[in-house]
Design a protein around this ligand. Structure first.
Ligand SMILES: NC(=O)c1ccc[n+]([C@@H]2O[C@H](COP(=O)([O-])OP(=O)(O)OC[C@H]3O[C@@H](n4cnc5c(N)ncnc54)[C@H](OP(=O)(O)O)[C@@H]3O)[C@@H](O)[C@H]2O)c1
Length: 315
């Protein structure tokens, strides 16, 4: 394989994060294990994005081990789920145990909300009225203090957030001592959130794009403008969508269960990111404003996270 690891982005900790991460959401079993092993051993990914909430970290761990690449050459991210905000170290220890690791390179607060643990459903606990059981009285600064303690203990090498809007960050940042290294967000050509990305850069927080292809069944890879740019460079549309983000120093977390596309997503993307010209970038930057704005991932939390274009805020 030509590219190993791909381009890197420097975090505010001084560590270098491989900008392209292989995502593990919605994959399970042998398909997941084989995809993770292939992503590392054959395709060249060195960053794997995991989460307790995906319910599959033990299989991801098997896939990582089967790849046979030394731990220090890998960058592993996982995320703290809402039911663990009161017990961060326990939640982290569970992820580490399942993954078979003794530290993470990056640990993110998955959503800026705590959930009230419920014995019958520890993933999406619901109240008797059927609404998601968010611990509205819990200050996430208390979650962050515990995450900072995990840094001090060496169990994680960087801490960050996910799904945090500028509005939420403006309340949060002045009240904490160690700033987040990254903010993982839904970012793609139909939801570029230019203002939030610019704000994060002024704060030294690396934006990481999740669902950069628009997630499962997305219209993005079929977009006529994306296809035209792809044809111009003799590259696949997926590489255009991912390479555009990379060219803007945005981290990219992408998932595929298909070996050709897994390879394409790092090899072709890395090459294409260097070939995109100013016109290509301006065109892709403008797609959403030209009428294609569309956010794909809006779980029915029922609260306002402060994002523009989030359409299901009220129940
Ligand atoms: N922090 C958060 O709250 C959060 C939320 C969502 C996601 N994430 C992370 O971000 C990762 C990526 O997001 P995602 O899983 O929603 O979706 P994504 O990477 O945007 O898209 C995945 C879909 O695109 C297809 N695909 C992959 N490569 C392709 C290519 N080169 N050309 C055409 N189609 C392609 C895949 O199908 P095939 O398998 O058939 O290739 C799959 O259906 C997740 O896996 C997860 O790790 C984080």
């Amino acid at each position: 394989m030509a590219v190993v690891g791909g381009p890197k982005i420097k975090l505010n900790t001084g560590a270098e994060m491989p900008a392209l991460a292989f995502g593990t959401w919605q994959l399970q079993g042998e398909e997941l294990k084989n995809a993770v092993t292939f992503a590392i051993r054959e395709a060249g990914f060195r960053h794997i994005d995991c989460a307790w909430g995906y319910g599959n970290e033990a299989v991801v761990g098997e896939g990582i081990r089967a790849a046979g690449v030394p731990r220090e050459q890998l960058f592993i991210t996982s995320k703290l789920w809402g039911t663990w905000h009161r017990r961060v170290e326990e939640g982290l220890d569970e992820s580490l145990r399942k993954l078979g690791l003794d530290y993470l390179d990056l640990y993110l607060m998955h959503w800026p909300i705590a959930l009230n643990p419920n014995a019958s459903n520890d993933l999406i606990p619901v109240r008797p009225d059927g609404k998601r059981d968010i611990a509205l009285d819990w200050d996430i600064r208390n979650t962050w203090t515990q995450l900072e303690a995990m840094l001090a203990k060496g169990k994680v090498r960087a801490i960050g957030v996910s799904n945090m809007s500028q509005k939420k960050l403006e309340e949060f940042l002045p009240r904490i001592s160690i700033p987040p290294a990254a903010n993982q967000l839904e970012l793609h050509a139909y939801n570029p959130d230019h203002a939030l990305v610019a704000y994060l850069k002024t704060k030294g927080i690396v934006p990481q794009a999740y669902s950069p292809l628009g997630s499962s069944g997305s219209p993005l890879v079929q977009d006529a403008t994306v296809k035209t740019i792809a044809e111009k460079h003799g590259a696949p549309p997926g590489a255009v969508l991912l390479g555009w983000l990379l060219s803007k120093e945005i981290g990219v977390v992408t998932r595929s269960a298909n070996p050709d596309r897994i390879r394409q997503n790092i090899q072709d993307t890395t090459t294409l990111a260097q070939k995109l010209d100013g016109d290509d970038v301006a065109t892709l930057d403008g797609l959403a404003a030209a009428g294609k704005q569309k956010r794909m991932i809006m779980p029915p939390w029922g609260i306002d996270f402060g994002f523009e274009n989030w359409t299901n805020v009220s129940w």
